[in-house]
Structure formats: C-alpha cells, structure tokens
Design a protein around this ligand. Structure first.
Ligand code: ZN
Length: 250
C-alpha cells in the first residue's frame, strides 16, 4: 500500500501539476476572454491579433509570414521575369539594329562597288578597229581611240562614274561627249546620232548617255571611244589597256 501510495504519490504530483497547469492555462485564457475568440469563425471575421491570445497570434503570425514570403517570392519571380523579358527585348532590338546597320553597310558597299566599276561603252559588242591603227581617215595619221561595232541608234553608256564636261559637235568626231572620270582621267565618245546628257551632269557606270551613229568623219556607223589624260585631243592613251585596267573585258 505504502509502495502503491508511494508510487501514486510519485505519479500523482505530476498529474496534479499537469492538471493544475492546464487549469491555470485555461483560467488564464478564460480571464482574458480568449476562449470564444479562439474559434475559427472569429478569425475569419477578422478579429484583431491583439484580442486573440498568444497561441493563436503565433499561429496567425506564421500564416501571415508564409503569405508574405509567398507574396515576396511571387513578386521577386515577377520582377525577374519582367527583367528577363526586358533583357530579351533589348537583345532583340540590338540584333535588329545590328542587322539594319549591316544591311545599310552592305548596300553602301554594293553602291560603292557599282560606282567604282567600269563597263564597256557598247554592250555585247567588240572592237572593230584597234588603237593606233594607221590610215588616211585619221588626221593624226593613226587612230586615237578604238571603234566599237554598233549599228546607228545603239545605246552608248558611260564607262564609269564621272561628270560630263563637253557635249556637241567635235569636227571629225561628229557629235561627241567628253566625260571627266572620278579618277581624273577622261573618256570620249564620238560619231553619235544623238546626245542624252549635258555638261555638268554626273553619270554612273553603264548609264546610257547617247545613241551611236555615223556623224563626222566616218565610213559607217560605229562608236569611236577614247581614253585621255585631259579633255583635249592628243592626250589619248590606249583605251583597251585603260578599260582592262578597270576590269572591263575587251
Ligand atoms: Zn574611231
């Protein structure tokens, strides 16, 4: 009995203590009028944290913290997404700008090449009389240019970029055009049936400037073409070598 009692005594205090603790806890809660406030509906109704007691307040604090954490995470994610989208937009815009710039550069380069290129004055033709060919037909005693085979009315083209410096009647050359080329040399086109440009006009490679003919001192229609170091007669140079030096296949 004593043993049991002892045991009981041993156990009892702890039970009593627990009970007492519980009772005190409930009493404490009751005195603050929190029991009713602990019901979930009261929380749903938005009971202020200060009136809900410590236990519930801690629990709600966790919920709020979790909500805030989740909200912060969502905001952070949204901000990161926005940042990534902006970066992607920026990259796409930069790429588009680079592509536009590359296109402009390529177009400029193509135009530069086109303007620096040389062509034959008569397309799909051939040299029918060579440079320095002797004969009584030429006042100098020899041919100061080359003749391109061409029926009357065949389009004559500027061989390269330049500025027209002279148009009109050129005596033995008939109707002629003289162009100062961009590299400082001159080209001359003779025996024309019609002239399509005027002095001061800028021309580009292959631009039609006249129609071929048989004006001046000729035995038949053709284009007389000269390359010169100056606009004057007598400053001629080898037109075939000149055209070939500029990449023209003659
Ligand atoms: Zn000639």
């Amino acid at each position: 009995m004593a043993f049991t009692c002892a045991t009981g005594k041993h156990r009892r205090p702890s039970r009593v203590k627990r009970t007492t603790t519980n009772a005190v806890g409930v009493a404490a809660l009751t005195t603050t009028g929190v029991i009713g406030a602990l019901a979930a509906p009261a929380f749903a109704a938005g009971t202020p944290v200060e009136q809900t007691g410590l236990i519930r307040a801690v629990s709600m604090g966790d919920e709020v913290a979790a909500k805030i954490d989740a909200q912060a995470a969502a905001q952070k994610q949204a901000a990161e997404l926005k940042k990534a989208e902006e970066a992607a937009r920026k990259r796409a815009a930069e790429k588009a700008a680079q592509e536009r710039a590359a296109k402009v550069r390529a177009a400029r380069e193509a135009e530069r090449r086109r303007l620096n290129a040389f062509v034959a004055p008569i397309f799909h033709s051939y040299v029918s009389t060579g440079y320095k060919t002797g004969g009584s037909l030429w006042s100098s005693g020899s041919h100061t240019g080359i003749d391109f085979h061409a029926a009357s009315g065949t389009p004559v083209h500027a061989v390269g970029s330049g500025t027209v410096v002279e148009t009109g009647w050129g005596g033995a050359y008939g109707n002629q055009i003289v162009i100062r080329m961009n590299d400082g040399t001159y080209t001359q086109y003779g025996h024309l049936s019609s002239i399509g440009v005027s002095a001061g006009q800028r021309v580009t490679p292959g631009q039609p400037i006249a129609l071929s003919g048989a004006t001046g001192n000729v035995t038949g229609p053709h284009l007389h073409f000269e390359a010169r170091t100056s606009p004057e007669y007598g400053s001629d140079m080898d037109p075939v070598a000149y055209l070939r030096a500029h990449g023209v296949n003659v």
